[in-house]
Design a protein around this ligand. Structure first.
Ligand SMILES: NC(=O)c1ccc[n+]([C@@H]2O[C@H](COP(=O)([O-])OP(=O)(O)OC[C@H]3O[C@@H](n4cnc5c(N)ncnc54)[C@H](O)[C@@H]3O)[C@@H](O)[C@H]2O)c1
Ligand SMILES: [Zn+2]
Length: 554
């Protein structure tokens, strides 16, 4: 987790709230004013008396020092982010939460201070009013703002409640969509039990159909249904056989009929409870039922949490290939509860890490760094790994909601990956096929001089450390992969389009490759027999060999 900065006008209780928040997040607490006084051996009032610039310089130095330390909750002085450089640095290294209250509330709180605040010593009421007027636009420019007052006449909420509210807000990402107000992605351990309340909060109407495959229905169906019933919804649980083979129009047709019988109408809502298959199927059923009804994603695999559930792509497979029919239909909410990963088979958890690694390569060098730390490191930081991967997905999806350009960057590893998945007759998990695709496409990028040398080896090594296969299994021929690729929907005017890595954290889209056979020869040869081993057998951490010196890609 990165830093959390608490900011806002004097009197908002940043220090007290900060202590509660740090406790809730198990992070150290840093009070910047205390650090400045300690470092200079003087009180803040003394320093301010010498001139605001003197104090602000010390404040900037203290801020930069705190940012260089371990992830912490950092309470800032009320003007600490007025300097653009300070603000930029804080934004880059964490999340800023701005506390807020009206003049009367702040004045009442400040009057209880033993020592008057430096800028409010002579005529506190007037000085505070001036300060708030001067900084109003500044404070309002921070997107995450929390007001101290709850209901009218109830006074301010206690610091612990404000800290809880901050935690809730930090658990939430928001995806902006061009056609509507967008939707929240709530990342909350234990959130499944609150599903009903989350739907109510967003004014979603019933009856609700929870769609789950039989495995997930058995594990979590009841919990979801009960939460929805507690919130007053009429609920129907619709199930289908687990697995990619169910992602067909026949299953969708069965779902349409079932939810119609269950009384769902134009204003009803579908909840997709499960992995990527369930999200794609139930989302597509919702997109097409009565020309489109609301749906909510409750992803239960890592892959679905970090990738499939966000972005509004829904669809089904056809006999000729994956995802060949579908629709863009954004969910109204995505609720990610990492607790449910406890029951996910390790093979699926590892497979999901391939998409996490992909997101690191696409746009988060630090995330890729965690991935390179291996299986224990990603497990230890699982919630943060999920959050970071989600942030990349949200950013890309927002920049290109209909996949007309930059969103194709998320196809990294998938041009080869989809073909490998189909050619394996779905014996490989989607994520395993993507792992093979990520390495193959990195090799292709090196062969085409698009990528920095060594990126393929770095990718291969990281994925091996997660126990993922990184080369095609012996029983799949390159011919089968070429055939599958030609059927791939990304084919356009005779060429297959690749997204290729340039560096970790940077990819380029739209590389047309006409001679697939030649391209595949360059990028599909295994570096070692171990590379194509299934993810179920954990990888060793042995150093990778230099494939160039072994002349394996001709
Ligand atoms: N729409 C998109 O943007 C997008 C993006 C990436 C992938 N996808 C699609 O996602 C699909 C792959 O997703 P997936 O790997 O999640 O497959 P999946 O939905 O089939 O889930 C994998 C297996 O895990 C089981 N499972 C799910 N959650 C569990 C839990 N918490 N505990 C125990 N078992 C659990 C399921 O029953 C299933 O057997 C592919 O069809 C792919 O095309 C879609
Ligand atoms: Zn994928």
């Amino acid at each position: 987790m990165s830093h959390v900065f608490l900011y806002g006008p004097p009197g908002t209780g940043k220090s007290t709230v900060g202590e509660h928040l740090a406790h809730r997040l198990s992070l150290p607490f840093v009070d910047l004013d205390v650090e400045i006084a300690r470092a200079s051996g003087r009180s803040i009032s003394d320093l301010m008396a010498e001139g605001e610039t003197v104090f602000r310089d010390l404040e900037t130095a203290a801020l930069f020092q705190a940012i260089g330390g371990p992830p912490s909750v950092i309470a800032l002085g009320g003007g600490a982010l007025l300097r653009a450089a300070n603000r930029c640095c804080a934004q880059e290294h964490g999340r800023i939460v701005c506390l807020d209250a009206d003049h009367a509330t702040l004045l009442a709180r400040l009057s209880q201070d033993e020592m008057p605040r430096p800028l409010l010593q002579e005529a506190p009421a007037a000085q505070l009013a001036d300060l708030l007027a001067a900084r109003r636009t500044h404070y309002r420019s921070f997107p995450t703002r929390i007001r101290l007052t709850g209901e009218a006449d109830q006074g301010t909420s206690p610091p612990s409640a404000i800290a809880d509210e901050i935690v809730r807000r930090l658990e939430c990402l928001h995806v902006r969509t061009p056609d509507s107000g967008g939707y929240d992605v709530v990342l909350r351990s234990g959130g499944l039990a609150e599903l009903g309340g989350e739907l109510r909060m967003r004014d979603l109407a019933g009856p609700v159909a929870v769609v789950a495959d039989d495995t997930v229905a058995h594990l979590y169906g009841r919990q979801a249904v009960e939460s929805l019933k507690r919130a007053g919804y009429q609920v129907h649980l619709a199930t289908f056989p687990a697995g990619e083979r169910s992602k067909t129009i026949d299953t969708v047709a069965t779902l349409w009929n079932e939810i119609l019988d269950a009384g769902l109408g134009r204003t009803s809502c579908v909840v997709a409870l499960g992995g990527g298959v369930t999200g794609d199927l139930a989302g597509f059923a919702a997109a097409t039922f009565m020309r489109g009804i609301d749906w909510v994603g409750v992803p239960t695999t890592l892959l679905a949490m970090v990738d499939a559930s966000v972005g509004g792509k829904t669809g089904i497979d056809l006999p000729d290939g994956k995802n060949l029919a579908g629709a863009f239909h954004h969910p109204r909410l995505v609720l990610v509860d990492p607790y449910v990963l406890e029951t996910l088979p390790e093979r699926d958890l590892r497979a999901g890490m391939a998409e996490v690694a992909k997101h690191g390569i696409v746009g988060d060098v630090d995330l890729f760094g965690i991935v390179e730390g291996g299986w224990d490191a990603v497990q230890r930081e699982l919630v943060d790994v999920i959050r970071r991967a989600l942030v990349v997905k949200v950013q890309v999806v927002e920049a290109d909601p209909l996949e007309r350009g930059i969103r194709a960057s998320l196809n990294l590893g998938h041009t080869v990956g989809h073909a490998v998945e189909v050619a394996s007759d779905y014996t490989l998990r989607h994520g395993e096929a993507v792992a093979i695709g990520l390495v193959a496409e990195a090799l292709l990028a090196e062969a085409l001089d698009v990528a920095q040398p060594g990126i393929a080896e770095r990718t291969r090594r990281a994925l091996r450390r997660l126990g993922l296969p990184v080369a095609i299994p012996d029983d799949i021929s390159s011919e089968a992969i070429v055939r599958a690729m030609i059927a791939d929907k990304k084919r356009a005017s005779g060429a297959v389009h690749f997204t290729l890595p340039v560096a970790i954290g940077e990819v380029r889209t739209g590389f047309a490759v006409r001679d697939l056979r030649a391209a595949l020869t360059a990028c599909l040869a295994p570096a070692s027999a171990d590379d194509s081993r299934a993810a179920t057998s954990p990888a060793t951490d042995a150093p990778a060999t230099d494939r160039r010196s072994r002349g394996e890609h001709g």
